[in-house]
Ligand binder design. Structure first.
Ligand SMILES: *Cc1c(COP(=O)(O)O)cnc(C)c1O
Length: 292
């Protein structure tokens, strides 16, 4: 079920982040597909295979109004011939977000549930009646991590691989497929997500594998931002031509720059940053804040 050309992945060098002893390159998963961008495709692919093998025709998953996972699921289902249903957090707004509008264009049926029900991942009766294949929120789970481990890697040339962390599925997949001696570092986009380490470890083939998780660059919490983050993202685009999103990848790049400049990486090293996509999420920012 290859609906995406994975061999077209490119690498961009970052002049802004590189230093004499630290080389920074970026794996451009954001360029994979205009809608199913970045890590979302790799997280979804094994679930799609499982759904296919289960004989189910409909896939359901969870997300918020600007969820990259929801839009990617809607598009991937459309392209691979599944019906899709989205269980969306919160009351239905008068004006749907561009993300949800687009998910509907891909044929996804949307069901809005209260924040309480959402927290408990309660499945609306209308969805349960169809008995769909359910993909966990954000694609979290072993199949998600297995898909990530299939990202074609160029990354052997690097000592350190870094990614933004939401559910931790991407980080776990990178740890599971890392080469000997390679380090994997995640930048969390949540404030005080104390269970994250355990959630990552739960997806590892070897739960003893070491990895680093940095919690200092959430800018106030999930989906929060400050002017210096947006300024940095504009700088990065001006210097390197790399667009980022303010929820995940902007915080990753910002965090890695701070780590480099604080001497965190002591030895000369080569870093690969995973650009996990998510650019559509910038639509929730007001116009004019970003130059791309
Ligand atoms: C969903 C997402 C992530 C987080 O991935 P996890 O596997 O949930 O940790 C990172 N970056 C972008 C752009 C995303 O959309």
């Amino acid at each position: 079920m290859e609906i995406i050309n994975e061999t077209a992945i490119e690498i961009t060098h970052s002049r802004l982040l590189s230093r004499p002893s630290v080389t920074v390159d970026v794996l451009r998963l954001d360029r994979l597909h205009p809608v199913i961008s970045g890590n979302k495709w790799f997280k979804l692919k094994k679930y799609l295979e499982q759904a296919d093998q289960s004989g189910k025709k409909t896939i359901a998953s969870f997300g918020g109004a600007y969820s990259n996972h929801i839009i990617a699921t809607a598009a991937a289902c459309h392209l691979s011939g599944f019906e899709s249903m989205g269980i969306i957090r919160g009351e239905k707004p008068q004006q749907l977000s561009p993300t949800l509008e687009k998910a509907m264009d891909y044929g996804m049926k949307l069901y809005f549930i209260s924040r309480d029900d959402y927290r408990q991942k309660r499945i609306p009766d209308a969805i349960a009646a169809v008995d769909p294949f359910i993909i966990p929120e954000g694609g979290y789970g072993v199949p998600g991590a297995r898909g990530i481990a299939e990202i074609p890697f160029y990354r052997h040339h690097y000592n350190i691989v870094c990614c933004a962390v939401g559910t931790g599925t991407t980080l776990a997949g990178l740890i599971n497929s890392k080469t000997e001696g390679q380090q994997v570092l995640g930048v969390s986009v949540f404030k005080n997500n104390n269970s994250l380490c355990d959630e990552v470890a739960a997806l590892l083939y070897d739960p003893e594998q070491p990895f680093s998780l940095v919690h200092d660059f959430h800018f106030g919490g999930y989906g929060r931002h400050r002017p210096e983050l947006l300024e940095f993202m504009n700088d990065l685009f001006r210097t390197d031509g790399i667009p980022t999103d303010f929820v995940y990848t902007g915080k990753l790049f910002y965090g890695v720059r701070q780590l480099i400049d604080s001497g965190f990486f002591r030895e000369p090293c080569r870093l690969l940053l995973i650009h996990s996509g998510g650019l559509q999420g910038n639509q929730s920012l007001g116009k004019g804040k970003l130059i791309f």
